[in-house]
Design a protein around this ligand. Sequence first.
Ligand code: HEM
Length: 218
Amino acid sequence: MNRLFALWGTTVGKKVAMAATGIVMILFLISHMISNVLIFRNPEHLDSYAALLRSLGPALWVARAGLLACVLIHIAAAWQLTMLARRARPITYAHHEYRVATYASRTMRWGGVLLFVFIVFHILHFTTGTLLPGWQDGRVGDNVKLGFQSVPVAIFYLVAMLFLGLHFSHGIWSAFQTLGLNHPSYNRSRRLLAWGLALAVAGGLATIPAAALLGYFK
Ligand code: HEM
């Protein structure tokens, strides 16, 4: 445990924590995307999948707590790395490469903030139903169709999926870098994998609000 805290105290440790928690969230989102697109086969498939998850009882709560811990660790590491970078480089360079790096990190930072706001909204929307009048416990497919009847909400989800895709592709790329997989001969496959996964997950999830906007669920 002490070693973990010592590792967290270093810049490399924080980057490893970001990469590891990011990978856990990516794995969650791959399964989340696959389970959600079941709505196109039959909305009741989504209800059965949710019922199966709920039947896991305490194990589901352990998984939820683990996921929440990953989100919090990811944000804490991002925040501390940003502060360290600011302290280390208080004067802005006019150099082109530096500006490119800053643009990518800024997009990651603000995209990350938007995704956090999205996750809070999303849980209050579909999981607890607090922000979805007419929400019914266990009727997941119907709740999704109802939720996306609101055009601004469907558009908000689409924008969030766009940011998710950008965050994802850059995040996967950086995670490889942190984990030492940065040999120039892998760079093409690394880029392809990063963009392919981002497109599959964010694009797959985006098909649901997009289909709702096109009237598919009416
Ligand atoms: C269009 C995109 C998305 C759709 C249609 C969607 C759909 C859903 C639905 C229907 C639920 C409720 C499941 C249930 O009650 O059993 C849910 C829960 C959840 N979603 Fe999403 N989701 C989307 C995107 C995302 C994204 C991008 C994230 C994370 C960044 C995310 C994270 C979660 C989490 C953490 C839960 C709570 C899981 C639980 O506690 O059981 N979702 N989602």
